[in-house]
Design a protein around this ligand. Structure first.
Ligand code: 1PR
Length: 523
């Protein structure tokens, strides 16, 4: 029996699903005694150090946790569950950690994008039963902006490279903890969880031991979801955002089935976009929440959900905050949420006042769940101009001239699924959302969507050269070569596609086989 400490933030549902799918029973902590009487304790933490320690203190869990850690019984900490073991964190200077290990938690100080999001390897520093039967070059899923810095090198189990080498797992006696998420790391993550569950203590050392590791480029499958005219929730796909064919909503399959298939085909992440979310009440959109719950039972790679995340008032005048909507999505199995139309409104308000309100959806969700959990979905379209001075927007010189031979263009932001253009450009939107705490940009392109003509490299380079957070290239993939192009001619950390996967034109496995040996990918 596994006892799991769910302190109410983030996606513990996936940890429970992963452990239960391995045939083990999970009991979640309801009171302090449950910690003291646990046989094996798992502490998954997603979010921010400050709000985590606040909750642990408020719930009276700090003393029992310290007693449990000193008891010598098995403990597995995941992400913030690792950070909590240390004395303090740069993420919340005023909050004390559990102090089981000496040292602190530091923010990445690197030239590459922060947060560190994606699949990276482990350089194993000591034998451990946790690592038994693991392939030495296995990759695991990381999503964080801070990492631990232990004072005692003896507790270092693995390190990982991202700008520099950082500690990605610790071990002290029966206490182990990982920065990466085993519950979201596919078969390797499940192997590691199996090792923790099993009572077999003989320490393993994998045959292959790499000293340096590298972050892989991510291949993301995107499922644009909406109800069709018959009221069924289907995966659809637009052609420049137009999802109708002969008046009917294109129906490319069932969301849960397709998500599982893409997971088995090797997708590194799966994204659900509820494309009519802007007109629905997300918390009343039970079918979408159910899709997430069912998917997270069998899919052990990160899930992102977008569509309709905003403050709203329901028909009874009850006001819901975007934070409440996001919380329900995280509880239902999401690892990241994506904000579309509302991000444009937030950025416009910020540019008008020049002041952070502190209460925008981006700021609120990032404060509680961490920046790494907040993705901004950008829906821009090109607007050609004859001269950069014609508009007060971020203009680029383009190699693809406009209809009148214009050599310049800017990328106009749209909302409500491309239905309404705004007086704001995509580069400025991305920059402002990063300032407000977003952790990743999903950079779609209406002009390229569904065209199989390749990604808009000029748009991606314009945004990537402005923001310090990871960028997902999206829209237009028509072949495996388009992925190589975007990973070799831009700095995008990941690339997303929909149509070619739904129509079975280029399976994910074929994209990965083509990229193998050319760019670092997860095999
Ligand atoms: O505005 O917060 O309610 O969120 C709505 C979300 O739904 C946004 O993320 C928006 O991008 C998305 N969306 C809205 N309408 C559409 C539509 O297609 N009519 N789909 C839509 C966006 C874009 C990509 C697509 C790529 C790859 N789809 O996600 O999957 O373009 O396609 P391809 O590989 O076939 O070219 P809010």
């Amino acid at each position: 029996m596994i006892t799991l400490l769910d302190y109410g933030a983030g996606n513990v549902r996936s940890v429970i699903n992963a452990i239960e799918s391995l045939g083990e029973t999970v009991q979640t902590v309801a009171r302090a005694d449950d910690i003291l009487s646990a046989e094996k304790l798992v502490f998954p933490g997603v979010g921010a150090f400050g709000s985590m320690m606040e909750i642990l203190n408020r719930e009276g869990y700090v003393a029992p946790l310290k007693a449990y850690l000193a008891s010598g019984r098995p403990f597995l900490g995941i992400c913030l569950g690792l950070h909590a073991l240390f004395e303090s964190s740069e993420e919340a200077f005023s909050m004390q950690g559990l102090g089981f290990l000496q040292g602190t938690v530091r923010r990445f100080a690197v030239d590459c994008a922060v947060p560190h999001i994606g699949w990276n390897g482990l350089a194993i520093r000591q034998p451990s039963s946790l690592l038994r039967d693991l392939e030495g070059d296995a990759k695991f899923y990381f999503v964080h902006s801070f990492h631990v810095a232990p004072e005692d090198p003896e507790v270092i189990l693995t390190t990982t490279d991202y700008g520099y080498s950082f500690v990605s797992a610790i071990q002290k006696g029966a206490v182990v903890a990982t920065q990466f998420h085993p519950e979201k790391s596919g078969r390797n993550g499940r192997r590691l969880l199996e090792n923790f569950i099993a009572d077999n203590t003989d320490a393993g050392l994998p045959a292959i031991r790499s000293d340096r590791t590298r972050l892989a480029k991510r291949i993301i499958a995107c499922l644009d979801v909406r109800t069709n005219d018959q009221g069924d929730l289907v995966v659809t796909k637009g052609d420049q955002y137009d999802v109708r064919e002969q008046g009917e909503v294109r129906n490319l399959g069932k969301p849960v089935d397709l998500a599982r298939r893409y997971y088995e085909d090797g997708a590194d992440e799966i994204t659900f976009l509820n494309i009519t979310g802007f007109r629905d009440f997300p918390l009343e959109d039970m079918p979408m929440l159910e899709v997430l719950r069912q998917t997270s039972r069998n899919v052990f790679v990160p899930l992102t959900i977008g569509g309709g995340i905003r403050d709203y008032t329901d028909v009874n005048g009850r006001v819901y905050s975007a934070l409440e909507v996001a919380a329900e999505y995280f509880r239902s199995g999401a690892d990241k949420i994506s904000i579309g139309s509302d991000a444009v409104a937030i950025a416009e308000a910020y540019l008008e006042t020049g002041r952070k309100s502190g209460s925008s959806a981006i700021e609120e969700i990032a404060r509680v769940y961490g920046s790494q959990a907040v993705v901004i979905s950008v829906d821009p379209r090109r607007v050609y101009v004859h001269h950069p001075a014609d508009v007060a927007h971020h203009v680029i010189e383009t190699a693809t001239p406009g209809p009148e031979g214009q050599k310049y263009c800017w990328y106009q932001c749209t909302i409500k699924g491309g239905r309404e253009g705004r007086d704001l450009d995509a580069v400025t939107l991305a920059r402002v959302c990063e300032e407000l705490g977003a952790g990743e940009i999903l950079l779609n392109c209406i002009d390229r969507d569904g065209t199989n003509a390749g990604f808009d490299l000029e748009l991606i380079n314009a945004v990537k050269s402005t923001v310090g957070i990871p960028v997902i290239a999206s829209s237009g993939a028509g072949s495996a070569a388009h992925f190589l192009e975007v990973f070799t001619r831009t700095e995008a950390e990941s690339a997303l596609a929909a149509g070619i996967f739904h129509r079975g034109e280029v399976p994910i496995g074929a994209v990965k086989a083509f990229l193998s040996g050319k760019v670092m990918i997860r095999s």
